[in-house]
Write a protein that binds this ligand. Sequence first.
Ligand SMILES: C[S@@+](CC[C@H](N)C(=O)[O-])C[C@H]1O[C@@H](n2cnc3c(N)ncnc32)[C@H](O)[C@@H]1O
Length: 440
Amino acid sequence: MDTEASARTVSVEILIEFDENNVLNYAKADRLESRGRAEVREYVQNILRRRSYLDFLIDQFSNVKIDEMKSSLKNILRLGVYDMLFMDSTPDYAAINESVEIAKYELGSRTGDLTNAILRNLQRDIDNLPKPDFEDRTKLVATTFSHPEWLVERWTNRFGEREAFKLMQANNQRPVYYIRANNLRTKTKNFKLRMEKNNIEFQESDWLPGYFQVESVAPFISNGWLNKGFCQVQDIAAGFAPYLLDPQPEESIYDLCAAPGTKSVLMSDLMNGEGDILAVDISSERLDNLAQSALSYHAENIRVRRADVTELELDDEADGVLLDAPCTGTGVLSKRADLRWRRDKEGLENAIELQAKLLDSAAKMVKKDGRLVYSTCSLEEEENMEQVMNFLDRHDNFEMQSVEGYVPEEIMAHGGLAYQTLPHKHNCDGHFGVLLKRVK
Ligand SMILES: C[S@@+](CC[C@H](N)C(=O)[O-])C[C@H]1O[C@@H](n2cnc3c(N)ncnc32)[C@H](O)[C@@H]1O
């Protein structure tokens, strides 16, 4: 354990790597105690959620333009401004000192002085900070809500400005967390008693059985309940796809694009651990996690297989296939603030192309009269309903089924042929899904 490193220093290191290599890797935080690791995640996600706005402020108070700064200086300043504006527990002088010390240590005393000057300039105007005032409306909104311009444009065109603002505001909040009791290891009612005995506050959902909204997942980790398999951290929106597939104990199920396996485990639970689930994924590392989860959750009917689903040929067809496709993830930007800076229009195009190939491959694995559920955690229609309509044009042996009776009415979309959760409306992540039946 490196006692010298602080959560702030490690957060800056992680943010620098993210800027330079587009990789968000928390491994650097492993040298801290568990509290420090949690602080690092909070810092990194909170700074990424406010990045454009922080950059705008830095630009207002610095003679050197932010675009001309090294990413190390940029991120030290982002941390300092974030601390001053959003961390009530940190007095301004301490926030400035921390950033100045990191700058001196990492970049030398002159950069330490520059950091000090910029942060002190901002401190002087802290009660009357400038607001973004760009003439370009998209740039103005993108800076105010710290979202990329291409997403601002898409969402304002699609939802209208007011609703797009609400969506972006929801993405900038601390995320909502859900815990699901795993009935393969405990019973929901016993798990509730366990939470009550430990004075954990929760709100039981009436949308799906066994889901509890909680303030933080920390007590579930510290009590060892995740490791023991009593519960999963699973957003309720992620539960709808397995419920829509409705796997039965005697059935054979293929879970394609399955890792890290949160939905495989839920399906195993719905099947009482009976029948057969083949969980397929292209990533061996993620599949290792899935296999480990299956063990701790007592999900004994899960088998794993590493394969590229677009090239996979299986001897048998399954009663039910879940394709939880890789996507842009625009429905989960509160939990994954980094995704908003990693995705672009080209990434969207690539995701659409891959999803179509995966769907074509999945279609070949469904028995006659069998079911195929297609789901994403995207809000983009091209990845969702448009993708499904194009699939149906290519495959006249599939028909779309109503989702009524499987999911709550509030989240039904497209006249009951799909569900779509929206972070600003449903207090959960944004997920989409449809149920397709192979009719010939
Ligand atoms: C949205 S995640 C799946 C989440 C998972 N269903 C769960 O609930 O835990 C998408 C997954 O697709 C996998 N993937 C991407 N391309 C793939 C391909 N061509 N074949 C198989 N898996 C693929 C990724 O490795 C990733 O694990």
